[in-house]
Design a protein around this ligand. Sequence first.
Ligand SMILES: *[C@@H]1O[C@H](CO)[C@@H](O)[C@H](O)[C@H]1NC(C)=O
Length: 280
Amino acid sequence: MRPPGHRGVPTTRPALLWLLLLVPLLGAPRGVAAGTGAPAELRVRVRLPDGQVTEESLQADSDADSISLELRKPDGTLVSFTADFKKDVKIFRALILGELEKGQSQFQALCFVTRLHHNEIIPSEAMAKLRQKNPRAVRQAEEVRGLEQLYMDIAVNFSQGGLLSPHLHNVCAEAVDAIYTRQEDVQFWLGQGVDSSVFEALPKALEQADLPRCRQVADRGKPCVCHYGLSLAWYPCMLKYCHSRDRPAPYKCGIRSCQKSYSFDFYVPQRQLCLWDEDP
Ligand SMILES: *[C@@H]1O[C@H](CO)[C@@H](O)[C@H](O)[C@H]1NC(C)=O
């Protein structure tokens, strides 16, 4: 929907943030208004931490009060992130392609579920209003947020997962036996009234350190502590406010973009469920 004759946009535009503007809903001509039931989708080109470029899809559903983000890494892994503001839940999912020539299955799915804090990402109704002026621009996050290391010590029972978040059944359907969370998040959700039948303790607190890291284990049948890392390459993490003489109060006029990496450690009953975790 670029205006004609607008192809040669200079690449040296200084402020990426101005390429993405919050178009006030009343002024939005495209009919993708909140409340129509259909989630709004934004497709952006983003630069990954390793420098490669990929396409990322961001969807916001203001009725369900949720945001989802999806991107494909160059190795074929599909990473998705779902923020469920109603339930204070965020879900990371990775669909990891197996190496068929090594006899691995077609893909393996992992789901990591943790507490969503509402200031981690912009609200869904603001996300639903985002438009971009230049869809071909390669976006790089303005702020790189620190690596977060999470120790996943609890399993989520898939069949009970709807009690935690209605998104879990769709998002984690391929990861039925590999949905992980943390004791500290469980305590919070239990306090919110979530039923305890959703959660199951994993064998042994891993802090006891008597389980080896998978990368140090040769026997494919042995249990171990697996590692998986992923990055959200670009996401709108904050609203920007502008001041104008014509308006009495500051108004929303853009977003700040962030990049954030996560590192997950979790129990696997067999080394072969963690084949990507190898010594560098
Ligand atoms: C999950 O919960 C259901 C219902 O409580 C139960 O029947 C089932 O055994 C649980 N699954 C596992 C793997 O524990």
